[in-house]
Ligand binder design. Structure first.
Ligand code: PBG
Length: 323
C-alpha cells in the first residue's frame, strides 16, 4: 500500500509531532457568578459551579491561576430587590460587578485577563436582556443603559467588556461611550453570533435571569440562520469590537469556522451551561468519562477555529492528563 495513514499514528511521540491542534490552559476563560453575599451558593443545574461572594471569587481565581487559567468572565447576580424596570443596578458605579472587578484587579493585576458580561437580564424586573415597553423589548433605550454598564465595568478596571444582550448598535454605542469616558484601552468582546434556544437553561438558574414573559427570540438569533450571523459579526467589527464570540459553541462549529475564515480578529466560542451540564449529568450516572469528554468538546471547538473558549469545564479538563 502506498498510503498508510497509520504510519504517523504509531506512537505518542509521532502523534504529538503531527498534531494539528493544541488545547492549552491559555485558551480557556472561566465563567464566574458573583453574588452580594459572602460565601458560596450551590447551583443545582450546574454541578461543580457555585455563585460566589467576592472573597470566595478571589480564592477561586487564585486557584485557577495556579492551574494556568488566566482569564475570567464575571456575571453579576444581584439580589431580587435590586431588579427594576430601568435596570439601574446594572450601571451603578459601586455595584456588585464593579466591586468584584476592583478586588480582583487589586489582587491579581496583569496576571489576570478580567472580562465582564454586559447584559441587563439579571437586572431587569422582566428577566429580559433589554428594557421593555409592555411586551416589546426596546432597542435604543436599552443600548444607552448597556453603554453605561460597560463604562462602569471598565472604570472599575475590567480589561474586556463582553456584551451578550443582542441589541442592535450596542458595539458602536459602547465604543463611543468608552472613548468619551477616557477609557480607550478597554477591549470589547462582542457576543456577535448568539442563538436563541434551549442551551442556556442552567445559566438562567445560576444568574436568576429567566424571562418572566415570552422568550428571547426577538433579539437573539434564529438558530436556523448562519449568514445573518456572519453579517452581524462583521458589522460588530466595523462598530469597534476587538474580538467576536460565537455561542453556543458545539452546535455552531460551522459558524466558528466560517467566522475564522472571514473575520480578521480573534474568535472566541462559548461552551455554554447546558453543554457542561449534559456531560455532568451523564457522568453522575457513570455513563461517560467526564474529563475526557470535556477535553474532546473543547478540542473540537479549537479545531473549528476558536482562539479561546469560555467554559465552566476548564478545571475538569485540566484535572487529569492534558492533551
Ligand atoms: C446573558 C447571558 C446568557 C448567557 C451568557 N450571557 C443567558 C441568556 O442569554 O439567556 C448564557 C451562558 C450559558 O448558558 O452558559 N444574556
Amino acid at each position: 500500500m502506498l498510503i498508510r495513514s497509520r504510519r504517523l499514528r504509531t506512537t505518542p511521540a509521532v502523534r504529538d509531532l503531527v498534531a494539528e491542534t493544541d488545547l492549552l490552559p491559555r485558551h480557556l476563560v472561566q465563567g464566574h457568578f458573583i453574588q452580594p453575599r459572602e460565601g458560596a451558593t450551590e447551583i443545582p443545574s450546574l454541578p461543580g459551579i457555585t455563585r460566589n461572594g467576592i472573597q470566595e471569587t478571589l480564592r477561586q481565581v487564585e486557584a485557577d491561576l495556579k492551574l494556568g487559567i488566566r482569564a475570567a468572565l464575571l456575571f453579576g447576580v444581584p439580589e431580587r430587590a435590586e431588579k427594576s424596570a430601568d435596570a439601574a443596578a446594572a450601571y451603578a458605579e459601586a455595584g456588585l460587578v464593579p466591586r468584584a472587578v476592583k478586588a480582583l484587579k487589586e489582587a491579581f493585576g496583569q496576571d489576570l485577563v478580567l472580562m465582564t458580561d454586559v447584559c441587563l437580564c439579571a437586572y431587569t424586573d422582566t428577566g429580559h436582556c433589554g428594557l421593555n415597553h409592555g411586551a416589546e423589548i426596546v432597542n435604543d433605550e436599552s443600548v444607552a443603559v448597556l453603554a453605561r454598564m460597560a463604562v462602569a465595568h471598565a472604570r472599575a478596571g475590567a480589561d474586556v467588556v463582553a456584551p451578550s444582550d443582542m441589541m442592535d448598535g450596542r458595539i458602536r454605542a459602547m465604543r463611543e461611550a468608552l472613548e468619551a469616558a477616557g477609557l480607550p484601552n478597554t477591549a470589547i468582546l462582542s457576543y456577535a453570533i448568539k442563538h436563541a434556544g434551549a442551551f442556556y437553561g442552567p445559566f438562567r438558574d445560576a444568574a436568576d435571569s429567566s424571562p418572566k414573559f415570552g422568550d428571547r427570540r426577538s433579539y437573539q438569533m434564529d438558530p436556523r440562520n448562519a449568514r445573518e450571523g456572519l453579517r452581524d459579526a462583521l458589522l460588530d467589527l466595523d462598530e469597534g469590537a476587538d474580538a467576536l464570540l460565537v455561542k453556543p459553541a458545539l452546535p455552531n462549529l460551522d459558524l466558528v469556522w466560517r467566522l475564522r475564515e472571514q473575520a480578521p480578529c480573534p474568535i472566541a466560542a462559548y461552551h455554554v451551561s447546558s453543554e457542561y451540564s449534559m456531560v455532568k449529568a451523564a457522568a453522575r450516572n457513570g455513563w461517560v468519562d467526564e474529563a475526557a469528554l470535556f477535553r474532546e468538546h473543547l478540542l473540537a471547538i479549537r479545531r473549528a477555529g476558536a482562539d479561546c473558549i469560555v467554559t465552566y469545564a476548564a478545571r475538569e479538563a485540566l484535572r487529569e492528563h492534558w492533551i
